[in-house]
Design a protein around this ligand. Structure first.
Ligand code: ATP
Length: 514
């Protein structure tokens, strides 16, 4: 299973490159680790995902507006947000292999191994006992399973304590006690654990002293917090209201791998929702429900999503969860939903000396609002769609096709217009149709190769419809419309095309389902 999913990721990466979705960054120089470029089809898919998010958040919610803040921010921003002091990963090097790891990830992997053992015991017992198997009972009474669980909990607790106290020596000791070996070399020859700040820094202007050091933002959220009052006042926003933003974020990830899942430069789509203190849990639940619906409407399969509650809450959060997606590497975080209290605004107030409060006319008093945020990685969303839609099919005639079953409104190209032959006025007729349709839909015209080959190329980039112009078209103004997923064809009048396509490929057809 793991192997075939590994293969799926490899195939998706190869396909993404071959068909102009994602290229390794600066590939002619052998690439740059964890940086990727989006190609001609990738950028369209990415823009469509952004549009889907942006329209849902800002157009369908009257009390949410958008901004586009600068990537560079005053350096004190990151002091106030806690990123300078606490946006760290504990890292450890193996002296033999010279490979670098996140200490907490090595320990989490060790816990996962114990959990695998528990799952194996449970599977075995479930087979043995059949219908009468009581999972809960087994987990709490089987001595071997209880012992494993106790061990996993102890390790987790030791790790949590060490991280909370920034006790790096204890974190290292845990790795030694658990006899964790380098997954590549098998060596147990470890360095000390060090804290590694994930923010990239650079210098502003030409004077390279400490005072001019600035950071590339590691999240877009702070651009929203510092503009909270600007937007509230100029937009005359009343609480509850939200501010949305899409933009680049940068993190010097220690282990950047798994394609566009974990990059050093990536894009986030974040929304900060400002609420009355005490009402945050209601809005936290509200946004959990809204966001999962936004995902499920895409039709990637309801079973491919699950909520994962954070057990170890960050000090500023009073509730937090992830929406995990079933990526080829398993269930992993796609989006975070966090109730962040008044932590950020309160600290910006403290560090800037400016009042960041809202005057509530109903209660006749000022307060610092609480914040519920939704934060999704655009690139991870892209990977979720690409990997989920990649399908290899064996057809009835024995041939094979690779098709991207991308939700039609997000497809890079919506319709291809293909003259059956390159003569008898068919190309000219096709261009006429294209000129009309391209006002509403991203179209593609092609007259080279057999029609079968052209269909396959469109399948491979996920184009939901192909229009074929043939000799009959010249006499009765009808065309065939081929459906990507079923490969079925229907005959339609040219005049009926726009409304037919609108029904399934327009963004409003998708938004309407939410
Ligand atoms: P992880 O635990 O995977 O490192 P995180 O909890 O640090 O993620 P957040 O800070 O909550 O992530 O960021 C919000 C979203 O931004 C994540 O849900 C994810 O989709 C995206 N994201 C975070 N880091 C990266 C990255 N290095 N590359 C691509 N997307 C990312």
């Amino acid at each position: 299973m793991a192997n075939s999913d590994d293969n799926l990721l490899k195939k998706v990466i190869a396909h993404a490159k071959e068909y102009g979705f994602v290229f390794p960054s600066s590939e002619i120089y052998d690439g740059l680790a964890a940086a990727y470029d989006y190609g001609q089809n990738g950028v369209e898919l990415k823009n469509n995902i952004k549009e889907y998010w942006w329209k849902f958040m800002t157009q369908l919610h009257e009390n949410i507006v958008g901004i586009d803040a600068a990537i560079f921010m005053h350096p004190t921003t990151w002091k106030a947000s806690g990123h300078v002091d606490a946006f760290n990963d504990p890292l450890i090097d193996n002296k033999d292999s010279k490979k670098r790891y996140r200490a907490d990830v090595l320990i989490e992997d060790a816990i996962a191994k114990i959990e695998d053992k528990i799952n194996k015991e449970v599977d075995k017992a479930a087979k043995r006992f059949g219908d009468s198997f009581d999972r809960e009972m087994y987990l709490t009474t089987n001595p071997r399973v209880v012992e494993y669980q106790k061990k996993a909990d102890e390790i987790n607790q030791r790790m949590k304590d060490a991280i909370e106290k920034s006790d790096l020596a204890s974190l290292r000791q845990l790795i030694i006690d658990l006899e964790i070996a380098d997954p590549i070399s098998g060596s147990r020859n470890w360095t000390e654990v060090r804290q590694f700040n994930l923010m990239f820094s650079t210098e502003l202007g030409s004077v390279a002293d400490e005072a001019s050091k600035i950071y590339l933002r590691p999240e877009t959220a702070q651009g929203i917090f510092v503009n909270f009052l600007n937007v509230q006042k100029t937009g005359r926003m009343k609480i509850p209201f939200g501010i949305a933003q899409i933009g680049k974020a940068f993190r010097n990830e220690i282990i950047a791998r798994q394609f566009i899942f974990r990059m050093r430069e990536f894009e986030q789509m974040e929304m900060q929702f400002f609420v009355k203190p005490g009402e945050e849990m209601k809005w936290y639940e509200f946004w959990k429900e809204k966001r999962i619906k936004w995902h499920k409407v895409l039709g990637l399969g309801d079973d491919n999503y699950r909520f994962h509650d954070h057990l170890n809450l960050a000090h500023y959060a009073n509730a937090a969860c992830d929406i995990q997606f079933n990526f080829p590497m398993g269930f992993k975080e796609l989006e975070g939903i966090h109730s962040r209290t008044d932590f950020d605004l309160k600290n910006h107030e403290k560090y800037s000396g400016k009042k960041l409060q809202y005057f509530d006319t109903e209660d006749n008093k000022s307060y610092i609002p609480y914040v519920v945020e939704t934060s999704i990685g655009l690139d991870r969303m892209f990977l979720a769609i690409l990997s989920n839609s990649y399908t290899e099919e064996k057809l009835e005639d024995g041939s094979e096709r690779t098709v991207l079953r991308i939700p039609a409104p997000l497809a890079p190209c919506k319709v291809a217009i293909l003259p059956l032959v390159k003569k008898d006025g068919l190309p000219e007729k096709s261009e006429e149709i294209m000129k009309e349709l391209r006002m509403d839909f991203k179209c593609y015209y092609e007259d080279k190769d057999t029609i079968g080959k052209r269909y396959r190329r469109m399948d491979a980039i996920g184009t939901p419809y192909c229009i074929t112009v043939d000799h009959q078209t010249m006499s009765d103004n009808t065309v065939t419309l081929r459906h990507r997923d079923t490969m079925e064809q229907e005959r339609l009048a040219i005049s009926a095309l726009t409304s037919k396509l609108q029904e399934s490929v327009s963004m409003s057809s998708l938004l309407n389902k939410i």
